[in-house]
Design a protein around this ligand. Sequence first.
Ligand code: MG
Length: 261
Amino acid sequence: MIKGVIFDLDGTLYYGNKLAHDAQDVLEILRKNQIDIFYITNNSTKSREEMAQKLISLGIPASSDKVYCSASASVQFLLDRSLKKIYVIGSKNLENEIISVGLELSSPSECECILIGMDFDITYDKIYDALTALENGALFVACNTDSNYLIENNILKPGCGAMVGAIVGASKRQPDIIIGKPEINMIAQLMNDWNLNTDELYIIGDTYESDVAMARKCGIAYSQIINNNATLLNDERELHFHHDYEVRSLTEAVNKLLELR
Ligand SMILES: [Mg+2]
């Protein structure tokens, strides 16, 4: 019995700052069926509160406790592992989240761990620092390894994977831990927070490498939205449907979910 649905955000519920055309309708259907609505994103630049605010600004009344993002999940991971001294490459928000829970922003020579998130101000010196920290035995934690992301007007921008890639390139070492999708840390936290099992959840996302891969790792039923992002990336791809988990719209995905009830 499905009790909760987990939506990916960018490319699924919205595109940049534009809500998917049927988002409001499907959310209303889910509420009527008393299905809990959760949101999950690899975004490492915003807090749960800020992501909820963005959803509210787009007309979706989300509360921050239903939003899971890789920044806060990363901080939770550091707490769970009792890692206290952190060297961060990432946004000011990521640093603030770390400080707000009592952890310490630390130097490359003293840190126990490096945490790599999206950093719009990445520099050679930061990569050098991260390399130094790894040479000193620090744990290598990545918020996610997304290579790029699509914004409005079909523009592709480098993702957190570009920051991680710079450090992999410098150190010849892969991250010890990846927090975001396709890894299952955020889902594990959600299931723990809300006391839900894998067979009570359904995932709707647009990206095979992150959303579908994560759903499969967890054993949670899922749909992959194909049409919109395929249209944005390549018009020809829109017509090719090879699997029955592929759907054209949020409406189709939610209809499949309701069939499982
Ligand atoms: Mg997406």
